[in-house]
Design a protein around this ligand. Structure first.
Ligand code: NAD
Length: 240
């Protein structure tokens, strides 16, 4: 029970990595609020409650955090995981609307989450924030301009939060998944997936649970000396 008595909020938790992590956290004793902009199928793990949240809307963050705090008094773990790819275009081709939407979900959503939950954690002596970046927040990739820019910004913002709030017991780390079998990958061009897989030394896609296990470590007190770090879980992609 590595998260016993902890209250956790996970975004993008209707499917994929977020859903697997919400269930993994609950298996380890956490009370989990699984947030998404779309409805979720029922969760298998007891202790997971779905909440509707569009991460791009700060008032919705305030509402959700307020409800959790009034019920449980605190939030110990925030996993800012919601993300979209939307467009695979380069800077010259991407529609402005797509650029703005990707930045809004992937970067501004993380900003609003941190901004809302840091005061709650501060009030309670600390907590753990985990932000989902990507291998493409570290390594470059052709095309996918908005996605790569947003994920690199999340990597940097995570270190900023880590350093700014270290004196208040708040840890903040980024997770960098490689190619993980989720609906996000199902929706992308097979050519893109094949190209990334060909560059993945382990030779297979990762599972959402393999990312959830990393998030679990960062969420738990086992990671009490870990802040401002990048946890890469990518089958060797960025080791090359
Ligand atoms: P996914 O599409 O299965 O899950 C993403 C979830 O985010 C969806 O349930 C979606 O409804 C939700 N979401 C989208 N916009 C939202 C919003 N405005 N508010 C709240 N929720 C919203 O994809 P996934 O692969 O599980 O992705 C999870 C995270 O991992 C994302 O940040 C993604 O960029 C990142 N990531 C994924 C991979 C991969 O290979 N799957 C690789 C690197 C990084």
């Amino acid at each position: 029970m590595r998260l016993q008595h902890k209250i956790a909020l996970v975004t993008g938790a209707a499917g994929g990595i977020g859903r697997a992590t919400a269930e993994r956290f609950a298996e380890e004793g956490a009370i989990v609020f699984a947030a998404d902009v779309r409805a979720a199928e029922p969760y298998e793990a007891p202790g997971v409650t779905f909440v509707e949240l569009d991460v791009t809307d700060e008032p919705q963050w305030q509402r959700v955090a307020g409800e959790i705090v009034s019920e449980h008094g605190r939030i110990d773990v925030l996993f800012n995981n919601a993300g979209i790819v939307k467009a695979y275009d380069g800077v010259a081709e991407i529609a402005l609307e797509d650029w703005r939407q990707v930045i809004d979900v992937n970067l501004n959503g993380v900003f609003y989450g941190c901004r809302t939950v840091i005061p709650v954690m501060r009030e309670n002596g600390g907590g753990s924030i985990i932000n989902t970046s990507s291998i493409w927040g570290i390594a470059g990739a052709a095309g996918v301009a908005a996605y790569t820019a947003s994920k690199a910004a999340v990597r940097s913002l995570s270190k900023n939060v880590a350093l700014t709030y270290i004196g208040e017991g708040i840890r903040c780390n980024s997770i960098h998944p490689g190619l993980i079998a989720t609906p996000l990958i199902d929706a992308q061009d097979d050519d893109v997936t094949a190209a990334v897989l060909a560059q993945t030394p382990i030779g297979r896609l990762g599972t959402p649970r393999e990312i959830a296990n990393g998030a679990l470590f960062l969420a738990s007190d086992e990671a009490s000396y870990v802040t401002g770090a990048e946890l890469v879980i990518d089958g060797g992609y960025t080791a090359q």
